[in-house]
Design a binder for this molecule. Structure first.
Ligand SMILES: Cc1ncc(COP(=O)(O)O)c(C=O)c1O
Length: 506
């Protein structure tokens, strides 16, 4: 029986619809099902260890303990797991993930969290502090993104959400509802680059908005002309990233938002990743284009406070060019026996403590703190850039500022094997595909002395190892390779769902 790899190689030339046709039929053939199961078992075995390292080492609880445990015992277990997990990110081995990580900063945020752990912005009468925190967070971010007002004098407004994905979901739902009400559009479409974050894909699925994905140009930014050509009577919004998650590239936001304005459609700048870097990098004199409300066509933005805003995990801000637009985001209900109900975002009850922590993080950083942090990251990026460029087998993709996607210059070297070697040296980097590469998003963790030098040394050693020992069948390299090339995307999707099932196993 042929392996999935060989079938994949033989069929990878098939156009997508034909591959999907074959896939549907092949899925029902028992031999193929068996083969997929085998691949799946291989993957699960590889992942099991990293997903469930505590199995057998700690008590596990599939059911409630019959009587409550001592708090000391619970705390001791949590402390032990925390101590085991902290090293990798604290020492700067992780791409993105933990953006600040300074101990005093974390201790301060934890104090703020503790004081607010019962707070819920849904009950603004009980917790007016949460309302104050959120209004001020939004205003502070709006001021970073265009002095709080658009050039024509309108107030920039927004909401605090639970993260980048929710900010994006909210913005897309807003455009869908506006287009339905104001233009009668019932088959809405959004235009965005292949590289735009997959949260837009989620929005497409959740809210029934067709995605029109535009290819990247050779510099990994969106093909603006193709985006323009994709506009039709059902287009409700166009999206640009500042920067993109995979390659750290800032799309041509000015050109895109001008086109959107010309056609009377919305334009969303996804600054989830860059919202707390680009405004400060611009002030520091780095070559950063304008991506915010100073551009007349930009009608909404997302900026993540829980990334480079250095708040605890669980907050982001979505901003709109006008209060009228934000109204399409809100949810209100007037006929429910539970009373009049209104909530601005997707959740009902929300963690006020996270908003308090976000507010406190922003106040304690201040403009000077964000400028210092951005300068440190940009200077560290120079060391990374030069070091990566000094390795002849590798190539940095496009011209990014602080997120480096790295590919093999010569396709004969499998970049995923290099990634595996980096993992063996403790690095936790992101494997990407289409095209095959991996990336590192620099954070304050990487600005610590010696981290950049260690990365470059480990990268040099990893490349040298793969050159002399190519074709590894260990680690995740074969899995990444397969996932990148398998024409049967439904099968890849099924494997990912099984992965999630494992996540939920006790
Ligand atoms: C550009 C971009 N947009 C959106 C998101 C989604 O953010 P979150 O993971 O907070 O939902 C990310 C996450 O990395 C991102 O990089």
């Amino acid at each position: 029986m042929a392996s999935i790899e060989s079938i994949s190689k033989n069929l990878s030339w098939l156009p997508k619809p034909v591959a999907r046709f074959f896939e549907k039929r092949m899925k029902n053939i028992p031999a193929v099902q068996k083969m997929v199961e085998k691949e799946n078992d291989k993957l699960q075995a590889t992942l099991e260890h990293s997903l469930k390292p505590y199995r057998g080492k700690y008590d596990s609880y599939a059911k409630l303990p019959a009587s409550g445990l001592e708090r000391d015992k619970i705390l001791a277990d949590i402390q032990k797991m925390h101590d085991q997990e902290i090293g990798t990110w604290e020492e700067g081995f992780v791409s993105g993930g933990i953006y600040n990580g300074n101990k005093e900063h974390i201790d301060f945020l934890n104090k703020v969290y503790a004081l607010n752990s019962q707070s819920n912005p849904l009950h603004s009468d009980l917790f007016p502090s949460a309302t104050k925190f959120e209004a001020e967070i939004i205003s502070m971010v709006a001021n970073m993104m265009g002095q709080g007002r658009t050039p024509d004098g309108a107030e920039i407004v927004g909401s605090v959400s639970s993260g980048g994905t929710e900010s994006i979901l909210l913005a897309m739902k807003t455009y869908r509802d506006r287009a339905r009400e104001e233009k009668g559009i019932t088959a809405p479409e959004m235009i965005l680059c292949d590289s735009a974050h997959t949260a837009f894909d989620k929005a497409s699925h959740y809210f029934g908005i067709k995605q029109v994905r535009i290819p990247m140009k050779a510099d990994y930014s969106i093909d603006v002309d193709a985006a323009r050509r994709a506009i039709n009577k059902n287009t409700i919004v166009m999206v640009g990233s500042a920067p993109t998650f995979p390659h750290g590239i800032i799309d041509d936001i000015k050109a895109l938002s001008d086109i959107a304005l010309e056609h009377g459609i919305g334009f969303h700048t996804d600054s989830c990743l860059g919202g707390f870097i680009t405004p400060f990098a611009e002030k520091l004199g780095y070559p950063v284009p304008i991506v915010d409300f100073r551009l007349p066509g930009v009608t909404s933005m997302s900026a993540d406070t829980h990334k480079y805003g250095y708040a605890a995990k669980g907050t982001s801000v979505v901003l709109y060019r006008s209060a009228a637009l934000r109204h399409y985001q809100y949810y209100t209900t007037t006929e429910w026996p539970g009373g009049l109900y209104f909530s601005p975002t997707i959740a009902g009850s929300r963690p006020g403590a996270l908003s308090a922590t976000c507010w406190a993080a922003m106040l304690s950083m201040g403009e000077d703190g964000y400028l210092r942090a951005t300068k440190a990251i940009m200077e560290t990026a120079d060391v990374f850039r030069k070091g990566i460029q000094s390795i002849p087998e590798l190539e940095i993709m496009g011209n990014p500022l602080w997120i480096f996607a790295i590919k093999s210059k010569d396709e004969s070297m499998n970049i995923y094997e290099v990634l595996d070697q980096m993992s063996k040296r403790r690095w936790s980097l992101n494997g990407l595909h289409k095209p095959s590469c991996f990336h590192i998003a620099l954070t304050l963790r990487h600005t610590q002395p010696g981290v950049a030098e260690r990365f470059i040394k480990d990268l040099q050693e990893s490349v040298a190892y793969v050159k002399t020992n190519p074709g590894s069948q260990e680690g995740l390299a074969p899995v990444y390779g397969l996932a990148a090339t398998l024409p049967f995307r439904g099968m890849v999707s099924d494997i990912l769902k099984k992965y999630l099932d494992v996540v939920y196993q006790v």
